[in-house]
Write a protein that binds this ligand. Structure first.
Ligand SMILES: Cc1cc2nc3c(=O)[nH]c(=O)nc-3n(C[C@H](O)[C@H](O)[C@H](O)COP(=O)(O)OP(=O)(O)OC[C@H]3O[C@@H](n4cnc5c(N)ncnc54)[C@H](O)[C@@H]3O)c2cc1C
Length: 476
């Protein structure tokens, strides 16, 4: 078999053969590896970072889907059709853009089975929790965060004999040019390693949040915002396009800027917090805003020193926050049932209240504004000014500070076009032989607005990509 991209003087020095080769060891790639290995074929995962994880390891961990065992245990009647209708309501309220409705509907049909499989593999979930405008409680949160998916899937992959190689950034595809009609993707190469795939290659290398070219083309005024995951370099998209794949460039939520705490797990302060009266100030204690207009606040924070702000509130605002006493376990739904606010979405508790923040590195409180200034390093005079006069924003002690909060590109939407077997498609809609994609790399124009749909897509598409790849006959 001759290989294009693998000449005699190829710098790739070591060779490895496997059945299914997965590029990227985040949530989608590891799920693809587990699904393929369950079909009793050889699987290798090549991951650019030294450890598995990707953006999935940074994620809060919510997965939103209908028809899980957890929903049935909680006596919640739900269906993929209702899920799809709710998702379309979110889409209708958001910015326009390309949408693959068939694939979005397909995703809703995968919800219950995907969440149940994660649970079967060992992920422990809380919930289901409410997530308006969804009409049913269908947000499931991993304990303690998105890291749980990586830990569980990595362990399952190891037990199934998957070869997991870290520190291997795939640079190019290898081709089988022996076929009579088409060259097919036959493997991948890093700088030091060539891996041949007897059955198929799955591209699961995440999104393009840290790719300067992609950002310049798609993010307009936001192109200078840092990416939370600097390894989201768009490699999977480039590898797919090199192979002849077509991409979606105008997905609705592409690169929406995101206000998030600078420290992991990078929670996002809730809009309701500002509606309840919390304010944002820069490091000099100068008020930024308008706080209730998210895009304008992101712009103000992006222009602030260090691209950072703190969110401040007093006891009057805190009185508008829900507490655990408002909840009806097993759901964290007190905020939803009472109309009160919460601080941020968070790992296993789903929605953080004030008590959940105590002890966190991004939370400070003070009995006086001077105490708060000491705890945060914000200038005491500036805080005193915010607490003075008839229009004071900080009136009643105790006082609270959340931060620092930065503005980032958390993830980008759009990706390679795929069908429901996760085969990568050319512009004419025909599949590229033996090439699959999953997760953000193969996201097509699936609509994933609201919380918990990006991870659902990563795991659902990974599961199907891995199984489809393993089902192909090995090449001769
Ligand atoms: C702070 C934060 C919180 C989030 N919380 C949630 C949430 O709670 N719920 C939700 O649904 N979504 C959430 N998201 C979005 C979600 O995490 C991602 O959309 C999802 O994890 C993408 O999974 P993936 O497997 O496609 O990509 P990744 O998890 O990024 O995996 C891709 C992997 O490929 C590797 N890679 C890249 N290039 C190469 C190469 N050339 N060779 C080999 N390996 C390569 C990367 O290093 C990475 O490990 C969150 C995102 C952020 C940033």
């Amino acid at each position: 078999m001759r290989k294009r991209g693998m000449a005699d003087d190829d710098p790739a020095v070591a060779c490895l053969d496997t059945d299914v080769l997965v590029v990227g060891g985040g949530g989608a790639g590891l799920m693809a590896a587990v699904a393929a290995a369950r079909q009793r074929v050889g699987v290798a995962v090549l991951e650019a970072d030294w450890r598995m994880g990707g953006t999935t390891a940074l994620a809060i961990g919510s997965v939103t889907g209908a028809g899980s065992v957890l929903q049935r245990v909680a006596a919640i009647a739900d269906s993929p059709a209702d899920h799809y209708a709710d998702l379309m309501a979110i889409a209708a309220a958001g910015p326009p853009g390309a949408m693959n409705t068939a694939l979005t509907q397909w995703l809703c049909e995968q919800g219950g089975a995907t969440i149940d499989l994660l649970a079967e593999l060992g992920v422990s979930f809380t919930g289901p929790h409410p997530e308006p405008p969804h009409r049913r409680y269908r947000m499931h949160n991993a304990r303690p965060t998105g890291q749980a998916y990586i830990r569980t899937l990595e362990q399952a992959a190891g037990m199934l004999g998957v070869t997991l190689l870290g520190g291997c950034r795939v640079a190019r595809l290898l081709w089988d040019v022996d076929g009579t009609v088409d060259a097919t993707v036959a493997g991948v190469a890093t700088d030091v390693l060539a891996v041949r795939a007897r059955r198929a290659v799955v591209l699961a290398a995440g999104d393009a949040a840290a790719d300067p070219t992609w950002r310049a083309a798609h993010l307009g005024p936001w192109q200078d915002l840092p990416a939370l995951n600097p390894l989201a370099r768009g490699d999977g998209l480039r590898l797919g396009v090199d192979a002849g794949a077509s991409t979606v460039d105008d997905a609705p939520q592409t690169g929406v800027p995101s206000l998030r705490f600078a420290q992991p797990p990078h929670l996002a302060p809730a809009r309701g917090l500002f509606r309840a009266g919390a304010i944002a100030v820069d490091r000099a204690g100068r008020r930024l805003g308008p706080e209730r207009k998210r895009a304008a606040l992101c712009q103000a924070v992006a222009a602030a020193p260090g691209r950072q702000c703190y969110v401040l509130l007093d006891a009057e605002v805190a009185a508008h926050l829900a507490t655990a006493a408002d909840d009806a376990p097993p759901s964290r739904d007190g905020w939803y049932r009472t109309g009160k606010a919460y601080i941020a979405t968070i790992g296993e508790r789903a929605y953080a209240y004030l008590d959940d923040c105590r002890g966190q590195p991004w939370f400070a409180e003070g009995a006086t504004l001077a105490d708060l200034a000491r705890a945060t390093g914000l200038p005491a005079e500036a805080l005193a000014a915010l607490g003075a006069g008839p229009d004071a924003a900080l009136r009643r002690p105790p006082y609270y500070a959340l931060g620092p909060v930065g503005v980032w590109t958390a993830f980008t939407d759009g990706g390679l076009r795929v069908d429901t077997a996760m085969r990568v498609l050319r512009a004419d809609g025909t599949p590229l032989p033996r090439l699959f994609a999953a997760g953000a790399t193969g996201q097509d124009a699936v609509f994933l607005g609201g919380h918990g749909h990006h991870l659902l897509w990563a795991f659902a598409s990974g599961r199907v990509a891995g199984a489809s790849a393993a089902a192909l006959p090995p090449r001769a």
